[in-house]
Design a protein around this ligand. Structure first.
Ligand code: ADP
Ligand code: MG
Length: 140
C-alpha cells in the first residue's frame, strides 16, 4: 500500500450541528491526515458541476439544494490507500446500513443528509481535489 490522497466534504447537516471537529477527529484517529481544508458556501454552479454525474438521478435537485443550504468544509485527506480508508470511515450512503463506528452511523440524519462526501475512486479523487483546490493550498 502507498500513501495517497482523497477528497472529502463535511456536509451542511454537520456544519450546522457544529460537528466539524468531531468528524476531523474520526479521520485523524483512523490514520488520515488533513493536508488541505477550507470552509466555503458552495454556489449552485459549483454544486451542480461537482455532482454532475448524478444529474439524471431523481434526488439531484434535492441534493443540490442541500449542498448550498449552509457552509461546507472541503478537505484533502492523505494516508495509506486514502480513498478506500475514507470510504470505510464514512460508512454506507444510507445511515440505516452504515456499520457501527462509522461517521454516518454516528451522525447522519438520512440518506440525503449524510454528513460527509468521499471520493469513490483514486481517479475521481484527483478530479475532485482539482475542482476545489489549487496546488499551493495542499500542504502535506
Ligand atoms: P456516496 O455519497 O456514498 O458516494 P452516492 O454517490 O450514491 O453516495 O450519492 C451522492 C449523494 O447523493 C449521497 O451522499 C446523498 O447525499 C445523496 N443521495 C444518494 N442517494 C439518495 C437518495 N436515494 N435520496 C436522497 N439523496 C440521496
Ligand atoms: Mg458518491
Amino acid at each position: 500500500m502507498t500513501v495517497t490522497r482523497t477528497f472529502s466534504i463535511i456536509k451542511p447537516d454537520a456544519t450546522r450541528r457544529n460537528l466539524t471537529g468531531a468528524i476531523v477527529k474520526m479521520f485523524e484517529d483512523n490514520g488520515l491526515r488533513v493536508v488541505a481544508s477550507k470552509r466555503i458556501h458552495m454556489t449552485r454552479a459549483q454544486a451542480e458541476g461537482f455532482y454532475g454525474v448524478h444529474k439524471d438521478r431523481p434526488f439531484f435537485g434535492e441534493l443540490v439544494e442541500f449542498m448550498i443550504s449552509e457552509p461546507v468544509v472541503v478537505q484533502v485527506l492523505e494516508g495509506e490507500d486514502a480513498m478506500n480508508r475514507n470510504r470505510e470511515i464514512m460508512g454506507a450512503t444510507n445511515p440505516a446500513d452504515a456499520a457501527e463506528g462509522t461517521i454516518r452511523k454516528a451522525h447522519a440524519l438520512s440518506i440525503g443528509e449524510n454528513t460527509v462526501h468521499g471520493s469513490d475512486s483514486d481517479e475521481n479523487a484527483a478530479i475532485e481535489i482539482d475542482f476545489f483546490f489549487n496546488k499551493d493550498e495542499i500542504v502535506g
